[in-house]
Design a protein. Structure first.
Lengths: 153, 122, 152
Protein backbone atom coordinates (compact mmCIF):
# COMPACT_ATOMS: atom_id res chain seq x y z
CA UNK A 1 0.00 0.00 0.00
CA UNK A 2 1.12 3.60 -0.32
CA UNK A 3 3.25 4.85 2.49
CA UNK A 4 2.04 8.10 4.00
CA UNK A 5 4.89 10.52 3.41
CA UNK A 6 4.89 14.30 3.21
CA UNK A 7 6.49 14.12 -0.25
CA UNK A 8 3.31 12.85 -1.83
CA UNK A 9 0.80 14.99 0.02
CA UNK A 10 -1.82 16.66 -2.09
CA UNK A 11 -5.13 18.35 -1.62
CA UNK A 12 -7.81 19.91 -3.78
CA UNK A 13 -10.14 22.76 -3.06
CA UNK A 14 -13.10 23.84 -5.18
CA UNK A 15 -14.85 27.13 -4.59
CA UNK A 16 -17.71 29.15 -5.99
CA UNK A 17 -16.24 31.62 -8.52
CA UNK A 18 -17.21 34.63 -6.48
CA UNK A 19 -15.12 37.40 -5.00
CA UNK A 20 -14.77 36.87 -1.27
CA UNK A 21 -14.16 33.12 -1.48
CA UNK A 22 -10.47 33.73 -2.11
CA UNK A 23 -10.24 34.61 1.58
CA UNK A 24 -11.42 31.12 2.54
CA UNK A 25 -9.00 29.63 0.01
CA UNK A 26 -6.12 31.54 1.64
CA UNK A 27 -6.87 30.02 5.03
CA UNK A 28 -7.26 26.53 3.61
CA UNK A 29 -4.05 26.57 1.60
CA UNK A 30 -2.13 28.26 4.42
CA UNK A 31 -3.16 25.45 6.77
CA UNK A 32 -1.95 22.89 4.23
CA UNK A 33 1.35 24.72 3.73
CA UNK A 34 1.90 25.04 7.47
CA UNK A 35 1.74 21.26 7.77
CA UNK A 36 4.47 20.97 5.17
CA UNK A 37 6.80 23.17 7.17
CA UNK A 38 6.64 26.35 5.09
CA UNK A 39 8.03 29.17 7.25
CA UNK A 40 5.65 31.81 8.68
CA UNK A 41 6.94 34.70 6.52
CA UNK A 42 6.71 32.60 3.37
CA UNK A 43 3.17 31.72 4.41
CA UNK A 44 2.22 35.38 4.19
CA UNK A 45 3.70 35.54 0.67
CA UNK A 46 1.79 32.40 -0.23
CA UNK A 47 -1.50 33.80 1.05
CA UNK A 48 -1.11 36.98 -0.97
CA UNK A 49 -0.09 35.10 -4.10
CA UNK A 50 -3.02 32.72 -3.76
CA UNK A 51 -5.56 35.53 -3.31
CA UNK A 52 -4.27 37.26 -6.42
CA UNK A 53 -4.39 34.06 -8.44
CA UNK A 54 -7.96 33.35 -7.30
CA UNK A 55 -9.10 36.89 -8.07
CA UNK A 56 -7.60 36.59 -11.56
CA UNK A 57 -9.43 33.30 -12.09
CA UNK A 58 -12.74 34.74 -10.87
CA UNK A 59 -12.50 38.07 -12.70
CA UNK A 60 -10.55 37.31 -15.86
CA UNK A 61 -10.89 33.56 -16.42
CA UNK A 62 -14.52 33.18 -15.36
CA UNK A 63 -15.44 36.81 -16.12
CA UNK A 64 -17.43 37.05 -12.85
CA UNK A 65 -20.11 34.77 -14.31
CA UNK A 66 -22.27 33.31 -11.54
CA UNK A 67 -22.51 29.58 -10.95
CA UNK A 68 -18.95 28.79 -11.99
CA UNK A 69 -16.17 27.25 -9.93
CA UNK A 70 -12.52 27.77 -9.25
CA UNK A 71 -10.34 24.73 -8.51
CA UNK A 72 -7.14 24.82 -6.52
CA UNK A 73 -4.73 21.89 -6.59
CA UNK A 74 -1.91 21.80 -4.05
CA UNK A 75 0.81 19.21 -3.92
CA UNK A 76 4.16 18.87 -2.32
CA UNK A 77 6.94 17.24 -4.31
CA UNK A 78 10.70 17.59 -4.40
CA UNK A 79 10.72 20.16 -1.62
CA UNK A 80 8.31 22.40 -3.48
CA UNK A 81 4.75 23.35 -2.73
CA UNK A 82 3.09 23.60 -6.13
CA UNK A 83 -0.25 25.33 -6.41
CA UNK A 84 -2.46 25.38 -9.50
CA UNK A 85 -5.46 27.63 -9.78
CA UNK A 86 -7.84 26.56 -12.55
CA UNK A 87 -10.87 28.46 -13.83
CA UNK A 88 -13.51 27.38 -16.33
CA UNK A 89 -12.00 29.34 -19.19
CA UNK A 90 -14.88 31.62 -20.14
CA UNK A 91 -12.09 33.90 -21.28
CA UNK A 92 -9.13 31.86 -22.44
CA UNK A 93 -5.99 33.80 -21.76
CA UNK A 94 -3.51 31.09 -21.03
CA UNK A 95 -0.77 31.13 -23.65
CA UNK A 96 -1.04 28.22 -26.04
CA UNK A 97 1.93 25.91 -26.42
CA UNK A 98 5.19 26.77 -24.72
CA UNK A 99 4.91 28.57 -21.40
CA UNK A 100 6.41 32.03 -21.40
CA UNK A 101 9.72 32.77 -19.77
CA UNK A 102 9.74 34.43 -16.39
CA UNK A 103 10.85 37.71 -17.95
CA UNK A 104 8.12 37.60 -20.56
CA UNK A 105 5.58 36.73 -17.94
CA UNK A 106 6.51 39.59 -15.72
CA UNK A 107 6.85 42.09 -18.54
CA UNK A 108 4.05 40.96 -20.83
CA UNK A 109 1.33 39.45 -18.73
CA UNK A 110 2.06 41.79 -15.87
CA UNK A 111 1.24 44.87 -17.87
CA UNK A 112 -1.63 43.10 -19.56
CA UNK A 113 -3.59 42.37 -16.47
CA UNK A 114 -2.56 44.79 -13.80
CA UNK A 115 -0.60 44.14 -10.69
CA UNK A 116 -1.87 40.72 -9.67
CA UNK A 117 0.43 38.54 -11.72
CA UNK A 118 3.37 40.87 -11.16
CA UNK A 119 2.92 40.55 -7.46
CA UNK A 120 2.64 36.76 -7.60
CA UNK A 121 5.81 36.47 -9.69
CA UNK A 122 7.72 38.45 -7.11
CA UNK A 123 6.37 36.60 -4.09
CA UNK A 124 6.89 33.02 -5.15
CA UNK A 125 9.76 31.04 -6.56
CA UNK A 126 8.14 30.16 -9.89
CA UNK A 127 4.93 31.29 -11.57
CA UNK A 128 3.20 31.14 -14.90
CA UNK A 129 0.33 29.77 -16.94
CA UNK A 130 0.66 26.18 -17.98
CA UNK A 131 -1.11 24.38 -20.84
CA UNK A 132 -3.99 22.28 -19.71
CA UNK A 133 -5.99 19.50 -21.25
CA UNK A 134 -9.63 20.45 -21.46
CA UNK A 135 -11.10 23.82 -20.77
CA UNK A 136 -9.89 26.41 -18.34
CA UNK A 137 -6.83 28.47 -17.67
CA UNK A 138 -4.34 26.94 -15.29
CA UNK A 139 -2.02 29.24 -13.38
CA UNK A 140 0.76 27.47 -11.54
CA UNK A 141 3.05 28.85 -8.88
CA UNK A 142 5.52 27.24 -6.56
CA UNK A 143 7.19 27.85 -3.24
CA UNK A 144 10.36 26.05 -2.29
CA UNK A 145 10.38 24.81 1.27
CA UNK A 146 13.87 26.24 1.62
CA UNK A 147 14.24 29.19 -0.73
CA UNK A 148 17.52 29.46 -2.65
CA UNK A 149 19.72 32.33 -1.39
CA UNK A 150 19.08 34.39 -4.54
CA UNK A 151 15.40 34.32 -3.82
CA UNK A 152 15.68 35.35 -0.23
CA UNK A 153 14.85 38.96 0.35
CA UNK B 1 11.11 19.21 10.41
CA UNK B 2 8.82 16.96 12.39
CA UNK B 3 5.37 17.97 11.32
CA UNK B 4 3.52 15.90 13.87
CA UNK B 5 5.59 17.46 16.57
CA UNK B 6 3.39 20.35 17.49
CA UNK B 7 3.52 19.98 21.25
CA UNK B 8 6.27 21.00 23.61
CA UNK B 9 6.13 19.52 27.11
CA UNK B 10 8.32 20.60 30.01
CA UNK B 11 8.21 20.18 33.76
CA UNK B 12 9.10 22.42 36.70
CA UNK B 13 8.26 22.77 40.37
CA UNK B 14 6.71 25.70 42.22
CA UNK B 15 5.50 25.83 45.85
CA UNK B 16 5.49 22.05 46.11
CA UNK B 17 3.45 21.63 42.93
CA UNK B 18 4.79 19.72 39.93
CA UNK B 19 3.87 21.78 36.91
CA UNK B 20 3.70 20.19 33.48
CA UNK B 21 3.63 22.90 30.81
CA UNK B 22 1.93 21.89 27.58
CA UNK B 23 2.55 24.22 24.66
CA UNK B 24 0.68 23.41 21.45
CA UNK B 25 -1.58 20.65 20.19
CA UNK B 26 -2.82 17.84 22.39
CA UNK B 27 -3.63 15.05 19.96
CA UNK B 28 -2.64 11.44 19.45
CA UNK B 29 0.97 12.56 18.87
CA UNK B 30 1.14 13.93 22.43
CA UNK B 31 0.85 10.60 24.22
CA UNK B 32 4.49 9.75 24.89
CA UNK B 33 5.44 13.26 25.86
CA UNK B 34 2.62 13.78 28.33
CA UNK B 35 2.91 10.32 29.85
CA UNK B 36 6.68 10.74 30.07
CA UNK B 37 6.39 14.07 31.88
CA UNK B 38 3.82 12.63 34.27
CA UNK B 39 6.02 9.60 35.03
CA UNK B 40 8.96 11.90 35.63
CA UNK B 41 7.21 14.08 38.23
CA UNK B 42 5.59 11.04 39.84
CA UNK B 43 8.95 9.29 40.19
CA UNK B 44 10.17 12.41 41.96
CA UNK B 45 7.32 11.97 44.44
CA UNK B 46 4.95 14.70 43.29
CA UNK B 47 1.70 14.83 45.28
CA UNK B 48 0.26 17.84 43.52
CA UNK B 49 0.30 17.91 39.73
CA UNK B 50 -0.74 20.82 37.56
CA UNK B 51 -1.26 20.46 33.82
CA UNK B 52 -0.63 23.98 32.62
CA UNK B 53 -2.07 24.40 29.13
CA UNK B 54 -0.54 27.16 27.01
CA UNK B 55 -1.58 28.20 23.54
CA UNK B 56 -3.47 24.99 22.98
CA UNK B 57 -5.91 25.83 20.23
CA UNK B 58 -6.25 22.19 19.33
CA UNK B 59 -7.12 19.43 21.75
CA UNK B 60 -9.04 16.50 20.28
CA UNK B 61 -10.65 13.31 21.54
CA UNK B 62 -7.36 11.42 21.28
CA UNK B 63 -5.83 14.09 23.52
CA UNK B 64 -8.73 13.75 25.93
CA UNK B 65 -8.12 10.00 26.09
CA UNK B 66 -4.50 10.68 27.08
CA UNK B 67 -5.66 13.02 29.85
CA UNK B 68 -8.15 10.43 31.11
CA UNK B 69 -5.18 8.07 31.32
CA UNK B 70 -3.38 10.61 33.50
CA UNK B 71 -6.44 10.96 35.75
CA UNK B 72 -6.54 7.17 36.10
CA UNK B 73 -2.93 7.16 37.27
CA UNK B 74 -3.41 10.16 39.54
CA UNK B 75 -6.31 8.40 41.30
CA UNK B 76 -4.26 5.22 41.63
CA UNK B 77 -1.28 7.13 43.05
CA UNK B 78 -3.33 9.29 45.43
CA UNK B 79 -2.15 12.51 43.85
CA UNK B 80 -4.16 15.67 43.27
CA UNK B 81 -4.52 16.95 39.74
CA UNK B 82 -5.50 20.39 38.49
CA UNK B 83 -5.49 22.04 35.08
CA UNK B 84 -4.99 25.66 34.14
CA UNK B 85 -4.76 27.84 31.07
CA UNK B 86 -7.50 26.15 29.05
CA UNK B 87 -9.56 28.28 26.66
CA UNK B 88 -13.27 28.66 27.44
CA UNK B 89 -14.04 26.11 24.73
CA UNK B 90 -11.81 23.42 26.18
CA UNK B 91 -12.98 24.16 29.74
CA UNK B 92 -16.45 23.39 28.40
CA UNK B 93 -15.23 20.18 26.73
CA UNK B 94 -13.49 19.07 29.94
CA UNK B 95 -16.74 19.59 31.87
CA UNK B 96 -18.78 17.74 29.23
CA UNK B 97 -16.46 14.74 29.28
CA UNK B 98 -16.42 14.65 33.08
CA UNK B 99 -12.72 15.45 33.54
CA UNK B 100 -13.70 18.45 35.70
CA UNK B 101 -14.93 16.05 38.42
CA UNK B 102 -11.44 14.62 38.74
CA UNK B 103 -9.25 17.64 38.08
CA UNK B 104 -9.95 21.13 39.36
CA UNK B 105 -10.07 23.64 36.51
CA UNK B 106 -8.38 27.00 37.12
CA UNK B 107 -8.03 29.98 34.83
CA UNK B 108 -4.28 30.32 35.28
CA UNK B 109 -1.23 29.02 37.10
CA UNK B 110 -1.46 31.49 40.02
CA UNK B 111 -5.05 30.57 40.71
CA UNK B 112 -4.15 26.88 40.57
CA UNK B 113 -1.25 27.30 43.02
CA UNK B 114 -3.56 29.15 45.43
CA UNK B 115 -6.00 26.27 45.11
CA UNK B 116 -3.29 23.71 45.93
CA UNK B 117 -2.21 25.81 48.97
CA UNK B 118 -5.75 25.70 50.33
CA UNK B 119 -5.81 21.95 49.72
CA UNK B 120 -2.45 21.42 51.48
CA UNK B 121 -3.57 23.50 54.47
CA UNK B 122 -6.86 21.62 54.86
CA UNK C 1 -14.93 15.73 -8.50
CA UNK C 2 -17.18 18.79 -8.28
CA UNK C 3 -19.84 16.57 -9.94
CA UNK C 4 -20.72 15.27 -6.51
CA UNK C 5 -21.26 18.77 -5.30
CA UNK C 6 -23.37 20.02 -8.13
CA UNK C 7 -25.47 16.90 -8.10
CA UNK C 8 -26.21 17.20 -4.43
CA UNK C 9 -26.73 20.92 -3.99
CA UNK C 10 -26.88 22.62 -7.37
CA UNK C 11 -27.80 26.14 -6.38
CA UNK C 12 -25.89 26.52 -3.16
CA UNK C 13 -22.47 27.88 -2.43
CA UNK C 14 -20.37 24.82 -1.73
CA UNK C 15 -16.72 24.64 -0.84
CA UNK C 16 -15.21 21.23 -1.49
CA UNK C 17 -12.01 20.07 0.08
CA UNK C 18 -10.22 16.78 -0.65
CA UNK C 19 -7.58 15.93 1.90
CA UNK C 20 -4.97 13.19 2.25
CA UNK C 21 -5.73 10.54 4.87
CA UNK C 22 -2.95 11.48 7.21
CA UNK C 23 -3.45 12.62 10.77
CA UNK C 24 -2.72 16.30 11.11
CA UNK C 25 -4.44 17.26 7.86
CA UNK C 26 -7.71 17.61 9.73
CA UNK C 27 -6.24 21.02 10.64
CA UNK C 28 -6.84 22.11 7.03
CA UNK C 29 -10.54 21.29 7.32
CA UNK C 30 -10.75 23.01 10.72
CA UNK C 31 -9.12 26.21 9.47
CA UNK C 32 -11.19 26.30 6.29
CA UNK C 33 -14.48 25.79 8.14
CA UNK C 34 -13.49 28.30 10.79
CA UNK C 35 -12.62 30.88 8.14
CA UNK C 36 -16.01 30.42 6.51
CA UNK C 37 -17.99 30.31 9.76
CA UNK C 38 -16.42 33.50 11.09
CA UNK C 39 -17.36 35.30 7.90
CA UNK C 40 -20.90 33.94 8.14
CA UNK C 41 -21.18 35.63 11.53
CA UNK C 42 -20.91 32.70 13.94
CA UNK C 43 -19.84 33.62 17.48
CA UNK C 44 -16.32 32.66 18.50
CA UNK C 45 -17.48 29.86 20.83
CA UNK C 46 -19.65 28.33 18.10
CA UNK C 47 -16.71 28.44 15.71
CA UNK C 48 -14.65 26.54 18.31
CA UNK C 49 -17.39 23.91 18.61
CA UNK C 50 -17.50 23.57 14.84
CA UNK C 51 -13.72 23.13 14.68
CA UNK C 52 -13.78 20.39 17.30
CA UNK C 53 -16.65 18.58 15.56
CA UNK C 54 -14.92 18.73 12.15
CA UNK C 55 -11.65 17.62 13.66
CA UNK C 56 -13.34 14.54 15.11
CA UNK C 57 -15.20 13.73 11.89
CA UNK C 58 -12.10 14.05 9.69
CA UNK C 59 -9.93 12.17 12.18
CA UNK C 60 -12.47 9.31 12.16
CA UNK C 61 -12.44 9.28 8.37
CA UNK C 62 -8.64 9.14 8.29
CA UNK C 63 -8.21 6.52 11.01
CA UNK C 64 -11.21 4.27 10.53
CA UNK C 65 -12.84 4.81 7.15
CA UNK C 66 -9.62 5.16 5.17
CA UNK C 67 -7.37 3.19 7.53
CA UNK C 68 -4.56 5.80 7.37
CA UNK C 69 -4.00 5.17 3.65
CA UNK C 70 -2.70 8.63 2.63
CA UNK C 71 -3.60 8.01 -1.00
CA UNK C 72 -7.27 7.81 -0.01
CA UNK C 73 -9.05 11.10 0.25
CA UNK C 74 -11.31 12.58 2.85
CA UNK C 75 -13.89 14.81 1.19
CA UNK C 76 -15.26 17.76 3.15
CA UNK C 77 -18.15 19.80 1.76
CA UNK C 78 -19.03 23.10 3.38
CA UNK C 79 -22.39 24.52 2.36
CA UNK C 80 -23.14 28.03 3.56
CA UNK C 81 -26.79 28.94 3.82
CA UNK C 82 -28.26 32.15 5.19
CA UNK C 83 -29.08 30.61 8.55
CA UNK C 84 -26.82 27.56 8.85
CA UNK C 85 -23.63 25.88 7.82
CA UNK C 86 -23.84 22.29 6.62
CA UNK C 87 -20.74 20.11 6.72
CA UNK C 88 -20.38 16.73 5.02
CA UNK C 89 -17.34 14.62 5.77
CA UNK C 90 -16.94 11.47 3.68
CA UNK C 91 -14.27 8.79 3.49
CA UNK C 92 -13.69 6.05 0.92
CA UNK C 93 -15.03 3.33 3.15
CA UNK C 94 -12.20 0.88 3.38
CA UNK C 95 -13.91 0.08 6.67
CA UNK C 96 -17.62 0.58 7.22
CA UNK C 97 -18.73 2.37 10.34
CA UNK C 98 -20.78 0.18 12.63
CA UNK C 99 -24.17 1.88 13.09
CA UNK C 100 -24.07 0.99 16.77
CA UNK C 101 -21.00 3.20 17.10
CA UNK C 102 -22.88 6.28 15.95
CA UNK C 103 -24.79 6.84 19.18
CA UNK C 104 -22.29 6.27 21.96
CA UNK C 105 -22.83 7.30 25.57
CA UNK C 106 -19.31 7.15 26.98
CA UNK C 107 -18.73 7.56 30.73
CA UNK C 108 -15.42 8.67 32.12
CA UNK C 109 -15.65 6.17 34.99
CA UNK C 110 -15.85 3.31 32.48
CA UNK C 111 -12.85 4.75 30.66
CA UNK C 112 -10.79 4.59 33.88
CA UNK C 113 -11.26 0.81 33.86
CA UNK C 114 -10.57 0.32 30.17
CA UNK C 115 -7.22 0.06 28.49
CA UNK C 116 -8.53 2.21 25.63
CA UNK C 117 -9.61 5.55 27.06
CA UNK C 118 -10.93 6.82 23.73
CA UNK C 119 -14.27 6.70 21.99
CA UNK C 120 -15.28 10.32 22.61
CA UNK C 121 -15.22 11.59 19.03
CA UNK C 122 -18.71 10.83 17.77
CA UNK C 123 -20.21 11.69 21.12
CA UNK C 124 -18.50 15.10 20.99
CA UNK C 125 -19.81 15.71 17.47
CA UNK C 126 -23.35 15.00 18.65
CA UNK C 127 -22.95 17.23 21.70
CA UNK C 128 -21.51 20.16 19.76
CA UNK C 129 -23.53 20.24 16.53
CA UNK C 130 -27.23 21.02 16.08
CA UNK C 131 -27.97 18.18 13.64
CA UNK C 132 -25.90 15.06 13.04
CA UNK C 133 -26.61 12.19 10.68
CA UNK C 134 -24.47 9.23 9.67
CA UNK C 135 -25.09 7.91 6.17
CA UNK C 136 -23.32 6.33 3.23
CA UNK C 137 -21.61 8.70 0.78
CA UNK C 138 -22.40 8.53 -2.96
CA UNK C 139 -18.91 7.04 -3.33
CA UNK C 140 -19.88 4.21 -0.96
CA UNK C 141 -17.83 5.42 2.00
CA UNK C 142 -18.97 6.56 5.39
CA UNK C 143 -20.41 10.03 5.58
CA UNK C 144 -21.41 12.29 8.42
CA UNK C 145 -23.63 15.30 7.83
CA UNK C 146 -23.45 17.96 10.52
CA UNK C 147 -25.38 21.20 10.73
CA UNK C 148 -24.71 24.21 12.90
CA UNK C 149 -27.37 26.92 13.07
CA UNK C 150 -26.57 30.57 12.95
CA UNK C 151 -28.27 32.01 16.02
CA UNK C 152 -29.70 35.52 15.90
Amino acid sequence: MSTPSPTQMSMELTLPSELGYEVIARDAVAAFARRLGISPDRLEDLKTALSEACINAIEHGNLLKPGLRVQIFCRFEEEQLIIEVVDQGVNAFAPKGEPLSITEKIAGLGSLRGMGLMLISQLCDEAGFVPRHGTGNCFRFAFYRRPTPALQR
Amino acid sequence: MMLEDELTVSTRERDGVAIIDLFGDVTTFAEEKINGAYREVTNKGARFVLLNFRQNDYINSAGIAILIGIVTEVNRNNQKLAVSGLSQHFQKIFRMVGLAQYAEIYQDEEEALAGFRRLAAA
Amino acid sequence: MSDDTTRREPVEKVIELRLPSKLGYERVAMDTASSLARRMGFHADRVESLKTAISEAVTNAIEHGNQHDAAMKVVVLLTARADELIVHVADQGRKQLDQECTTPEPKIEDAFEREDKGGWGIWLIRELMDEVEFTTAPSGGNQVRMVIHLEQ
